[in-house]
Ligand binder design. Structure first.
Ligand code: UT7
Length: 369
């Protein structure tokens, strides 16, 4: 048992304003609202505009999490951004976030575990805090899945959406935060869900673009079978590691890939659906962002209270899967303070960063200095 714990003391989310409905999609490809809703549970998803990106969403979610936590950016020791589509191949998106929010003392790196990225990153940051190395960490899941999609492929384009979610972790001597975790991989299933080109094997070329090799290719049935198996196994494993039973868990926050996958897990675990957070209807599959977005919504709805145990569980490309048990410690702020993030224009990042920083410092100055 660690003598230091990593409490989640802040949380935030950001989704683009633009919404793409199933009706919209049915005018783009041969699909229907009826098929999408009955096969996946999705009604609509948020899609980035031309001047939004993985980094802009990550900054907004990160800033909201810092405000909820009351932690100034300069006190951060660590930023991890879990993402399937970083802003650039390099530098990391975490470094862009670090610069924009003014976290001048933070180490920063990206973590790639596809849709399992958030619980992976949360476990890494929590362990670094538990070891005594760091005291304050910002963990973000941010995605622009709409930029990885072949919009003429009906089998994938209806599934995904864009968004970001973030949490702030802080060292504390009192038990709480991450109680147990499980991180897994099975690389033999890598071809079930992948993006063939743009990496070392197949660098971008006219040919890769003409052959449409930069979009997600998925064996949906294969991933579905894998997901329904590991989601249940992952939950059982982390409960056993934490010495807890299902009855000790208030809420399960699963990766939002398909409502039917969550229903299958509920059936196998003999739990009612209201013990799971499900918001896939409004966001689609936002990969690494789906769990922190669902967490934020559950908190704002009062579904998680201090003292509750919750389970996070995810699965995705790699193949990877991950789960964690968290003892919730922080009360939700009575009135959520919003900062006016009016300018989302990433090309004006420096002035944006200055304003954002001034806002954070201004709002929380009285609380922390
Ligand atoms: O984060 C992890 C990432 N991914 C996942 O978790 C995805 C996991 N997989 C799934 O959720 C499901 O496999 C899907 C929802 C993607 C698909 O469901 P399925 O039961 O595996 O359907 P299928 O791919 O076998 O397709 C069934 C039928 C096919 O038609 P035929 O061959 O039976 O005539 C497809 O062509 O549905 C057709 N179809 C569609 N029809 C209308 C596939 N996509 C669509 C569509 N609209 N968008």
């Amino acid at each position: 048992m660690p003598t230091r714990y990593a409490h989640i003391i802040g949380w935030g989310m950001s989704v683009p304003q633009q919404i793409l409905t199933n009706e919209d999609l049915s005018r783009m490809v041969d699909t229907s609202d009826e098929w999408i809703q009955s096969m996946t549970g999705i009604r609509e998803r948020h899609i980035v505009g031309p001047r939004e990106s993985t980094a802009t969403l990550a900054v907004e979610a990160g800033v909201q999490a810092l405000i909820t936590a009351g932690v100034p950016a300069r006190k951060l020791d660590l930023i991890i951004v879990a993402t399937s589509l970083p802003e650039f191949l390099m530098p990391s998106t975490a470094c862009l976030v670090q610069d924009q929010i003014g976290a001048s003392n933070a180490a920063a790196f990206d973590l790639l575990a596809a849709c399992s990225g958030f619980p992976y990153a949360l476990s890494v940051a929590s362990q670094m805090i538990a070891s005594g190395a760091y005291s304050n960490a910002l963990v973000i899941g941010s995605e622009t899945m709409s930029r990885l999609i072949d919009w003429s492929d009906r089998s994938t384009c209806v599934l995904f959406g864009d968004g970001a979610g973030a949490v702030v972790l802080q060292a504390n001597e009192k038990p709480g935060g991450l109680l147990s975790f499980a991180l897994h991989a099975d690389g033999s299933g890598g071809d079930l869900l992948m993006i063939p080109a743009g990496g070392s094997r197949m660098p971008a070329s006219l040919e890769t673009i003409e052959d449409n090799k930069h979009a997600i290719v998925m064996n949906g049935r294969g991933v579905y079978r894998f997901a329904t198996r590991v989601i249940v196994a992952g939950i059982r494993e982390v409960l056993e590691k934490a010495g807890l039973a299902l009855n000790d868990i208030r809420l399960i926050v699963p990766h939002q890939a398909n409502r039917r996958i969550i229903e299958s897990a509920a059936k196998d675990l003999e739990l009612p659906m209201d013990r799971f957070v499900v918001n896939i209807d409004r966001y689609g599959n936002t990969s690494t962002a789906s769990i922190p977005i669902a967490l934020c919504e559950a908190l704002s709805e009062g579904r998680i209270l201090p003292g509750d145990n919750i389970v996070l569980v995810a699965f995705g490309a790699g193949l990877t899967w991950a789960a964690s048990v968290i003892k919730w410690v922080s009360p939700a702020p009575k009135k959520r303070r919003q900062i006016p993030l009016t300018d989302r224009i990433f090309t004006r990042a420096r002035s944006y960063a200055r304003r954002t920083r001034r806002n954070i410092e201004g709002i929380i100055w009285g609380k922390n200095e």
